[in-house]
Design a protein around this ligand. Sequence first.
Ligand code: PLP
Length: 456
Amino acid sequence: MNHPLNSWAARDQASVLHPYTNLAQHAETGPLVIRRGKGVRVQDEEGRWYLEGMAGLWSASLGFDEPRLVEAATKQLQALPFYHIFNGRSHEPAIELAEKLLSLAPAGLSRVLFSNSGSEANDAAIKLAWHYHHLIGKPQKRKIIGRERAYHGVTIAAASATGQVANHNGFGLPLPGFLRTGSASHWHDALPGENEADFVARRARELEELIAAEGADTIAAFIAEPVTGGGGVFVPPDGYFAAIQEVLRRHEILFIVDEVITGFGRTGTLFASERFGLRPDLLSTAKALSASFLPISALLVSEKINQALLAGSATHGPFAHGVTYAAHPVCAAVALETLRLYEERDIIGHIAQVSPLLQDGLRALLDHPLVGNARGVGLIGAVEIVADKAAKRHFDPALGVGARVQAAALKRGVILRGLKGDAIAACPPLIIRPAEIEELLGALRGALDDVQAWLE
Ligand code: PLP
C-alpha cells in the first residue's frame, strides 16, 4: 500500500522500528495509527473507533481516559517531576506505593523493588535469585528453570527464561544455565488419553527428573506465569502448582511468580497467586499496576530474601542494583491512584459479575467449526482455531488463519490478538461492561465466519 508522502503512515514507515512486527510486511502495509481513547475504545486517525479487546497489551485495565489518573500525574508533575531513590533518597509516592502493594500482596512478601517494565522486573527477579544464593553461601545455585510456551519479556535474562523460539533464534539466546520444563497446558501437551491428574503428576515428575539430572545444588529458581498469557492463554489444571511447589520447596529452589499480566484482578482475584495457592519468593507485576498510563513495574520480595540482602551489606556494601527511573514519582503517583480506583470501584466485584459472560461466551464458540478449544479465567481467555477438532490439528501456518481472524475482527471494529498456534486472545480492560463483552464476542464469531467462508 502506498501511503501519501507526508501521511503519518509514510512517516512511520520511514522512521519507527516496530516491536513484534514483521518489518518487511510493515514496509508494505504501514501502521494502524491510533489517535485517542475513550472508555474501552480507541480511535484511529481516520476517525474509526475500535473496542480494545486486548486492553492494548493485556494492560490498560481502566481503559483509555481515566481523569483521576491524569489528575494524579499532573499534581505530581507539578510537585516533583523527578527524583531518584538511590543512595538512601526517597519520596512520598515511592513509600506510599510500596506500602500499599505490600498491604495487598500475598503473605510473606515484605519489600518492593521498582523498575519500569515487566521484563526488567523479571530480570531483577533472576538477579536477586542469583544474589540471594550467593549471599547465603550457595553461589553455585545459578540455573533458572522456565517453561515451554512461557513469556517473561525481552531483556536478556527474561528472554532466556521465555519458552518461545522466536525470542531466542538469531539472538544467541537462551543464555547458558537457563533450563526448560514442560508447559501447564493440558489441551496442548497432554499425551493421548492422559487425564489432567496424570498430566499434573507427569509434569511434577519431569521437573523432579530435570532437577536430579542437573543437581539441585546448581538451581536457583523456577519462574512461571500463573496463567500463561502470550504463549496461548491457558489456565493450569487443578493441583498443578501444588505439585510443582512441593518439588521446589524440597530442593530449596526459589519460586518467581510472573504476575505481569495476571496481577490486579485479571483472573478474578487481586493476584492470581491467591487463586492458585502460590507462595512466591519473588512476584513481578507491571501493566495494570499503573493501568498502563505510565511505565512502572514492581518486584515484590520475600522476607527471607530481604533478610539475606540486609545481611549482605556487611560483606558487599551497597546493594548494587537499580535503574534511574525506579519508582519514578509521577509513575508511582499514578500507580497509587490506580490501586485506589480498583478499591473504590470494587474492580474485583465487577470482574466477578461480568467475567462469566466472557468465559461462557468464549466456550459457546465451541459450536463453531473452526474452534477446537475455548479457555480462560476472569477477564482473560482465548479460542484455538483448528482444522480438525478431534485430532487437534492446526491449519498450515502459511495460511495465517489466526492473523486472518484477527484482521477480520478488526474490520468488525474489535481489536483481538492472534497468537502463535492460531489462538485468538481476548483480554479487555477490566472496566468492560456486559454490552461491550457481547459486542466483542459477536465480532469474534463474525470474524470466525468470515475466515470460514474464505477457507471454503
Ligand atoms: N511477563 C509477562 C507475563 C508478560 O506478558 C510480559 C509482556 O507482555 C512481560 C513479562 C514483559 O513485560 P514488558 O513488555 O513490560 O517488558
